[in-house]
Design a protein around this ligand. Structure first.
Ligand code: ADP
Ligand code: MG
Length: 232
């Protein structure tokens, strides 16, 4: 049996549009091993977000198979899938996606609410994760009281709060200046050093250089897959 964190076989996704079915992803094969750090690259419209949304179980494929931590996602009931997703992966978005009316601590704790964890345990876990990303002192602040880079660190803390083995991030530095982007990439590097598998999308070569493997998309297909200098 394969111990791949992610294995996709012939994965495809077509969107229904006014002009008919649009094939955004055309049969992709990929295996991600524990501890890998992969940058997904490719031009705008090449299917990167479509692919990431499938990996994050945020959308369903039109064809092919997706095995997450060895489980065929298509064969799971809704609740079982939500549980698998919750305990296996954390997702980081380009736009941070924090809830504006909640404290940062409550934002970070949110996945634990869905997991049915009690309040005191949630509080402790959220504090621990905020400390992990260097923002413990802002626990009671709201998202609009901190910078964009800090908001993305909070979003990463939220992605980490269930202690997932996999982090998926879709252009996590897309809204950040280059200095702040480097800080976020340093954090991803540390997390990967701790054994967390990372798959992130970027269209910036500088950012992708932090990853150990680069996978390039074009027109809904993988056209290149290679290890980087950081792999050694
Ligand atoms: P990327 O993230 O690489 O920029 P996307 O996966 O967002 O690419 O999009 C791939 C293609 O699919 C694009 O041509 C885009 O317009 C199309 N697309 C994405 N989402 C939808 C949708 N919900 N409905 C119709 N077409 C979509
Ligand atoms: Mg995209």
């Amino acid at each position: 049996m394969s111990d791949a964190v992610i294995r996709v076989v012939g994965l495809g996704k077509s969107y229904v549009t006014a002009a008919g079915l649009f094939p955004a992803l055309k049969g992709v094969d990929l295996e991600v091993r524990p501890g890998e750090y992969i940058a997904i690259m490719g031009p705008s419209g090449s299917g990167k977000s479509t692919f990431m949304n499938l990996l994050g179980c945020l959308d369903q494929p039109s064809m092919g198979d997706y095995f997450l931590a060895g489980e065929n996602v298509a064969h799971l009931e809704k609740d079982a899938l939500a549980q698998l997703r919750n305990r296996t992966l954390g997702f980081v978005f380009q736009g941070f996606n924090l809830l504006p009316r909640m404290s940062l601590q409550d934002n970070v704790a949110l996945p634990l609410v869905y997991a049915g964890v009690d309040k005191e345990t949630r509080r402790r876990a959220a504090r621990e994760m905020l400390a992990r990303v260097g923002l413990e002192k802002y626990a009671e602040s709201r998202p609009n009281q901190i910078s964009g880079g800090q908001q993305q660190r909070v979003a990463i803390a939220r992605a980490l709060v269930n202690k997932p083995r996999l982090i998926l991030a879709d252009e996590p530095t897309g809204n950040l200046d280059s200095h702040t982007s480097e800080e976020i990439m340093r954090l991803f590097g540390e997390l990967n050093g701790e054994g967390i598998t990372i798959v992130l999308v970027t269209h910036e070569p500088d950012i992708a250089e932090h990853a150990k493997r680069q996978v390039r998309f074009l027109d809904g297909q993988i056209i290149n897959d290679h290890l980087t200098g950081a792999a050694a």
